[in-house]
Design a protein around this ligand. Structure first.
Ligand code: NI
Length: 135
């Protein structure tokens, strides 16, 4: 049996998808509207799921308050209302695709979580498009 606890979170951020090794034409062709030079925003929705053993004393896998605080510190405080390309260290040299944002968030949370937990995140860039990262 596998039990996981999930917490939803949200942040707004701007980005531009761009590969500086490519011509403007190729960037426009590959990234479309997301290559807009003046950036554009997304309402990112995040679900963080932590799986692991249920503690016999608390009955918890993880205290949701701790998970909430961790997401606030590592994700919301870092990325909410930021221009990912210009305002964050993580994406100065990394294309801020949903895949890369999910991977960065996963790593930030993973570093702060006890290794007994499995961590899975789901990042929605739009209502219909999401990326998952697990390990
Ligand atoms: Ni975009």
């Amino acid at each position: 049996m596998n039990i996981s606890v999930s917490r939803k979170a949200h942040f707004n951020a701007a980005h531009r998808l761009h590969n500086s090794n490519w011509s403007d034409e190729k960037n426009a062709r590959v990234f479309g509207k997301c290559n807009n030079p003046n950036y554009h925003g997304h309402n990112y929705n995040l679900t963080v799921s932590v799986a692991g053993p249920v503690d016999s004393e608390t009955g918890y896998v993880i205290d949701v308050k701790d998970l909430k605080d961790l997401i606030k510190t590592e994700v919301e405080d870092r990325f909410d209302h930021k221009n990912l390309n210009l305002d964050t260290e993580e994406f100065k040299n990394l294309n801020p695709t949903a895949e890369n944002i999910a991977a960065v968030i996963w790593k930030l949370l993973r570093e702060k979580l006890d290794e007994r937990y499995n961590l899975k995140i789901r990042l929605y860039e739009t209502e219909r498009n999401f990326v998952e990262c697990e390990g």
